[in-house]
Design a binder for this molecule. Structure first.
Ligand SMILES: Nc1ncnc2c1ncn2[C@@H]1O[C@H](COP(=O)(O)OP(=O)(O)OP(=O)(O)O)[C@@H](O)[C@H]1O
Ligand SMILES: [Mg+2]
Length: 244
């Protein structure tokens, strides 16, 4: 459903992405790993339509991405919640942009907040929530607009380990029920193996897709405790040691 073909991106003389290609199937999840500054955020911005490639193409469902659209939800590292709006109104924002009436959008937003365990927090403002709760509001908002694709840039990096694992489970649960594919960037190998049906490594200068791992055990019960999980984590760590 997402097709990135031979994309190049340069900022002045800084050639960041070199002939990056990637295919994401409907309902698939891909996680991208790579050293700091290799262009992971840049790649997500290109897919979101916030920025344009210098050459190459990016298409979603066969339609070229030219500008941001409500088909693509982007969860930023700092959650991107509007501090002056309540949680309910933050979640309903995308629906408002789509022109959905107030009653319907509030109903849908309440449902998504409740799915993420935030029933009763609708009228609170983001500032009074914990980091993990704010991130759940951001996830609820992303899903509420019923996107075709979800982009996430290190969505759990500022959270403690327990909250982080619990939100990883929440994300997988939402993926199971709503079947919306996602592209997620992280620096954590464990997170990549837990959340990615496929895992890509972006590296070098300019960056290219250096590795592409299949993850057959993805989303199986108790995957975090399995040998397959540990073996893939170990393999990726070893390869990363050789790449940077
Ligand atoms: N708007 C911009 N103007 C100029 N240079 C930019 C711009 N955005 C990013 N860059 C440069 O492009 C390179 C890639 O940046 P990017 O943010 O994509 O890296 P990243 O892989 O997400 O890194 P990190 O893991 O630290 O988040 C960096 O060298 C950065 O300085
Ligand atoms: Mg980044």
């Amino acid at each position: 459903m997402l097709k990135i073909s031979r994309v190049n991106k340069q900022y002045g003389s800084n050639h960041v992405l070199n002939n990056v290609s990637l295919d994401l199937m409907a309902n698939e999840t891909i996680v991208i790993l790579g050293p700091s500054g290799c262009g992971k955020t840049t790649l997500l911005k290109l897919v979101s339509g916030m920025e344009m490639p210098d050459s190459g193409t990016i298409g979603i469902g066969g339609v070229s991405v030219q500008k941001p659209s409500t088909d693509i939800a982007f969860i930023l590292q700092n959650f991107g919640l509007l501090p002056w709006k309540t949680n309910l109104h933050n979640v309903a924002l995308g629906l408002k942009i789509k022109g959905i009436d107030r009653k319907t959008r509030n109903r849908i937003a309440c449902q998504h907040l409740s799915n993420l365990g935030l029933e009763g927090r609708e009228k609170d403002y983001p500032a009074v929530l914990s980091g993990g709760e704010q991130q759940r509001v951001a996830i609820a908002r992303a899903y509420a607009s019923d996107p075709k694709l979800l982009l996430m840039d290190e969505p759990f990096s500022s959270l403690d380990a327990i909250t982080r694992e619990s939100l990883q489970d929440t994300l997988l649960e939402s993926w199971r029920t709503l079947s919306i594919p996602y592209l997620l960037v992280t620096h954590s190998v464990e997170e990549a193996v837990y959340l990615g049906q496929r895992i890509l490594i972006l590296a070098d200068h300019p960056s290219e897709v250096k590795k592409n791992y299949e993850n057959p055990g993805f989303a199986s019960p108790d995957y975090r405790q399995s040998n397959d999980y540990y073996e893939l984590v170990r393999l990726i760590r070893k390869d990363m040691g050789e790449l940077w």
